[in-house]
Design a protein around this ligand. Structure first.
Ligand code: 0R9
Length: 657
């Protein structure tokens, strides 16, 4: 796949100032996400080198000063002098925007990100960059810096000196250290867990490549991780099914290519009902799906129906099974590598390339049919077919039950909505629904709210845990029926986002174990039956304060132990401290001031950026294996911050994310 190309092939265009002027255009934001994006740009370059077969290890080190080092053991960035520019390859890559080499369309890069301009963007937004290249037995180095010059003008990403040979080595590869510029970013503190999770994901998606992570920032608390999966996406599927009961082992793994598109699929059924498909293009998650997923689903349904007929599990007169029947309880990873990807959709995470669909269909046809026909796979093939046949039967029964339940919902709507204290305004785009734990907190919320746009739905007791429940069972549950009725959207396949009556749905539960459990159950319900509410950014977690610090008439609230210690230090002597054990302890005015007033409250928006990880956590926390759940819960004992969804949300205390 890789073509050799020299320094002369690198194309050149704009200056780095353009990046400084509009960083968001290149890295999305200047917050946490943009900060991590910087790292991924450099890691992508190392992954490309490894994916092309020239390197097998990529390491990331977070240094004590918050700079980050990325190293690969590939060929090293070319050090020869560029014909037109008269500077080294390293300097071109780090100073020329659009120094894509032949990245853009041709041979080299499949990684996500900025198609080879990543290195120059990172340089433009860093205080310094240090590059070392180990090549042909020599060590080369070059430094770049951003600074304000004598005339007060900001110079960005300027070479301190030309590339220089500084010694001899037996090593081979490239090492890059950069410190993001504090003049650009809101914070320089990268999150170890975010980096570690993404590196694990990259390790699954790039079989056999070793990813190492070191965090040297805290003396007594050095953290490190290493990921290498020789099974690639099959290992990923196993990991996602870990808390479930798999029906066969190993997962079915298919690989091939058509018209320059590399297609890789792994799947495995479990004894549950949920369908979990996670797709990627060039290592980028495509959470909104796209043409590749459509191709997978179409081929999967057709090939398995054909198999059922051949095996006489379906007779001529029988109708074909639906795609959903074959996908019940299946976990799938679909990963494509292709050029010129086009993204579409609300969050630009849907693959739009039309050529992806036939590529997936062809590879599936060429490989899944012979797999199923091979006698040594007969047991697995039969398990898949039997599961789908059973799903079709249950679905038919459930369809009838659902119709009955629907009628029941209609009949019983009135008393259910009676629990809801609706708001007076009718503008869904500003209205908010607070789902509140317990009647007493519900009472305070009702009295404290701004009734023009805030509605309150108190929940009595614990709602049903919907994981592993069928739709008709969920619909039979009073608490969920009142949530569904209040939202107005319908549920499951009837779900219609445009009928949503509230722009924000805010879960308010106590900061204790029960509260965390109720929150997790509600989030699981939204995740399984109204996923669009989450992907479209309508679901939030309210953050009630944990403490009240009062000195004389001055009252302040602390939302974490860290804030508490800041407040008590500032207060000096003679303050009183109240710890809130539950929402019910707050009077209406306090609840409004601390938790509901849009001007002061801190909401956490729930998102699914890392959908595969959420899936794993949902089944771990809500599924039926008890031991791993206990382990997780004791590891993350602080329920207020660390539950399955919230830790993935954009947390911006004081602001609404
Ligand atoms: C630590 C992060 N790693 C990198 O940034 C990195 C870039 C890179 C690379 C090549 C090899 N390793 C790399 N690591 C490379 C070498 C050769 C051809 N193509 C790529 C070769 O030796 O012929 N490069 C990425 C872009 C470029 N090199 C180029 F544009 F300078 F060619």
């Amino acid at each position: 796949m890789a073509k050799e190309y020299g320094v002369g092939d690198i194309k050149v265009m704009e200056g780095l100032e353009a990046v400084r002027m509009r960083p968001g255009m290149y890295i999305g934001s200047t917050g946490m996400r943009g900060l991590h994006h910087m790292l991924w740009e450099i890691v992508d370059n190392a992954v490309d080198e490894a994916a092309n077969g020239y390197a097998d290890t990529v390491s990331v080190t977070i240094e004590r000063d918050e700079s980050v080092t990325v190293e690969d053991n590939g060929r090293g960035i070319p050090v020869g002098i560029h014909e037109k520019l008269g500077v080294s390859g390293v300097e071109v890559v780090y100073t020329q925007l659009h120094a894509g080499g032949k990245f853009d369309n041709d041979s080299y890069s499949y990684s996500g990100g900025l198609h080879g301009v990543g290195a120059s963007v990172v340089n433009a937004l860093s205080e310094y960059v240090h590059v070392e290249v180990y090549r042909d037995g020599r060590i080369y180095e070059q430094n770049f810096r951003s600074y304000v010059d004598g005339g007060g003008k900001l110079q960005c990403g300027k070479p301190v000196a030309p590339l220089a040979e500084i010694g001899r080595t037996r090593k081979q590869g490239t090492k890059v250290t950069f410190l993001p510029d504090a003049r650009v970013f809101e914070t320089l503190h990268m999150n170890y867990d975010v980096i570690s999770r993404r590196m694990r994901e990259l390790a699954y998606l790039n079989r056999g490549i070793c990813f190492k992570l070191f965090d040297k920032r805290e003396w007594g608390n050095r953290k490190e991780a290493e990921y290498k999966f020789d099974g690639g996406i099959s290992d990923y599927v196993r990991y996602l099914n870990e808390e479930k009961t798999a029906l066969y082992e190993p997962p079915i793994h298919i690989m091939g290519q058509k018209d320059g598109i590399q297609v890789e699929v792994a799947f495995q059924h479990n004894d549950g009902y949920a369908e979990s498909i996670f797709s990627y293009v060039n290592n980028i998650p495509t959470s909104e799906g796209g043409t590749h997923e459509t191709g997978f689903k179409a081929a999967f349904t057709k090939i398995l129906n054909d198999y059922c007929r051949k095996a006489e599990l379906l007779k001529d007169k029988d109708p074909s099974l639906s795609g959903e029947d074959f996908r019940e309880g299946v976990t799938v990873i679909l990963s494509l590598k292709m050029h010129s990807i086009q993204f579409e959709g609300q969050t630009k995470t849907r693959l739009g390339n039309t050529e992806a669909r036939p590529a997936v269909e062809t590879v599936m046809t060429e490989q899944l049919i012979p797999y199923l026909d091979d006698l040594k796979n007969a047991a697995t093939a039969n398990l898949i077919a039997e599961k789908a046949l059973k799903a079709a039967k249950v679905r038919e029964t459930a369809r009838k039950a659902k119709n009955m339940a629907r009628e029941k919902v209609k009949l019983e709507n009135a008393p259910l909505v009676g629990k809801l204290s609706s708001c007076t305004g009718r503008d869904a785009s500003v209205n908010e629904l607070f789902i509140v734990e317990g009647d007493s907190a519900g009472g305070s919320a009702k009295m404290g709210r701004d009734r023009r746009f805030q509605a309150i739905l108190p929940l009595r007791g614990k709602p049903l845990n919907v994981e592993k429940k069928r739709l008709d069972q969920v619909l039979a549950n009073d608490e969920f029926r009142s949530v569904i009725t209040a939202l107005g959207t319908g549920i499951g396949e009837d779900f219609t986002l445009s009928s949503l009556k509230y722009n924000k749905i805010i879960i308010l539960s106590d900061a204790d174990q029960d509260g965390a459990h109720i929150r997790a159950i509600l989030l699981t319900f939204f995740y399984r039956y109204m996923k669009e509410l989450i992907t479209d950014g309508h679901v939030y977690i309210g953050q009630p304060p944990l403490y009240k610090v009062q000195k004389g008439k001055d009252i302040q609230y602390a939302y974490s132990d860290h804030e508490l210690s800041k407040l008590t230090k500032a207060a000096g002597k003679g303050y009183t401290l109240q710890r809130y054990k539950g929402l019910g302890e707050m009077n209406p005015e306090q609840l409004w001031a601390t938790t509901m007033n849009p001007e002061h409250r801190a909401l956490i928006r729930v998102d699914l950026e890392d959908a595969a990880d959420v899936e794993h956590l949902v089944s771990l926390l809500m599924g039926d294996k008890v031991a791993p759940r206990k382990e997780y819960i004791s590891e993350f004992a602080n329920f207020n911050k660390q539950d399955a969804f919230a830790q993935r949300a954009d947390v911006q205390p004081g602001k609404e994310a």
